[in-house]
Every structure is written in structure tokens, then in C-alpha cells.
Write a protein that binds this ligand. Sequence first.
Ligand code: AMP
Length: 205
Amino acid sequence: MKTFEELGVSEDIRRAIAELGFEQPMPVQEATIPFLLQTNTDHSDLIALAQTGTGKTAAFGIPLIQSIDVTDRSTQAVVVAPTRELCLQIADDMRDFSKYIHGLNIVAVYGGTSIINQIHALKHGAQIIVATPGRLIDLKNRGCAKLENVKRIVLDEADEMLNMGFSESINEIFESLQEDHTTLLFSATMSREVEKVAKKYLRNY
Ligand code: AMP
């Protein structure tokens, strides 16, 4: 069993997660963190089959945070998740992990609520956006979510999003990203729909 330091997690993040009581990496974290930290600049995509409760949020959240250039205010990463509750949970967890990183702004946007405050929040600059698919497209079409500098996209609970009928929005999100991005797909199951998305949009996974 390796330590977070041995996996390459930065000191700022290690301090924050130690305060949360994380002593040792969970198995999915041990698998994904070094892989994602090493491949920051290359094109390797990742599929992780992990259920809620396995530590999956930190498995993608920690390397995502560590890859952000805080001197750049543009959106560099997006996490797409099926529900408002999950978006809020992911954003909260990532804020906890990045407590000691100054200048990092994480904004959650989701449907079923007024878009005005979300537009306002994005105007301040969000290096990481955590979003439900439909709302992200809406904000992109209004010119409020700018995805052209996004280097990493995470699909969390991908099977759930596809079951809920978000495949068109997910396609549209992928179409608006630059060529040079990395995709991390987290799913509880490897359904046929998930496989289809993987075949269409993931490379070298
Ligand atoms: P998740 O699967 O992301 O919903 O995480 C499940 C729970 O495990 C959350 O309450 C996390 O804060 C917690 N957790 C994640 N990673 C660790 C770790 N390495 N050590 C202890 N708890 C953790």
C-alpha cells in the first residue's frame, strides 16, 4: 500500500486531505492518481469502474486539482455528473481537497434552478466547472461557459447519465472541446451505452 506522497500528490493537497482523515489511498485512488498525474500532457484516457463510496471523487478530483494552472483564470477542467446533488457534492469535496491552493475557483452549475446566479458565478472565472450536461450546454450556448481551454473532462456516473437520456448533451459537450483533451470516464457499470461513448470519444484508454 502506497502513501499519497508516493502517488505524487502535492503537499498542499496532502495537508487538506489529512485534515479530512484520509490516511491511506483507497484502491481506486491508488490505481488512478499516479496514472493521471503522469499523463498530464499526453493523450491517455481512462475508464474506471467504481461505485459510490469507493473514494472515486478523490480518485479524479485530486489529479484534476493538481493539474490546474491557477495563474490562468480560464476553464481548464469540467466534471459532468447526472444530478444537482452529485454536482454539489463533487464541488464541495474538491473545494475541501484544494483548501490550501489559492486562486482556484470551482463552480457547480445544474438545471432545475435559476441560471442567473450561475452566469454570475462563471463571470468571476472558474478553472473547474462541475455541471449537469444540459445546463452546461445551455451556459456554453449563451457564451458563459467557455470550453475551448478545457484539457480534462470527467464523466462521473456515466452509466447513470446515459440512462437519464443525456447522451445528446454529452455528444455536444465533446464536440465543443479542443482536440487535445483527456477524458476520464467513471461508471458503476460498463453498459453497452457506456461502451458506445467510450468507442466514439476516448482514445488509448
Ligand atoms: P466517494 O466514493 O467519492 O463518494 O467517497 C466515499 C467517502 O470516502 C467520502 O466520504 C470520502 O470523503 C471518503 N474517502 C475518500 N478517500 C478516502 C481515503 N483515502 N481515506 C479515507 N476516506 C476517504
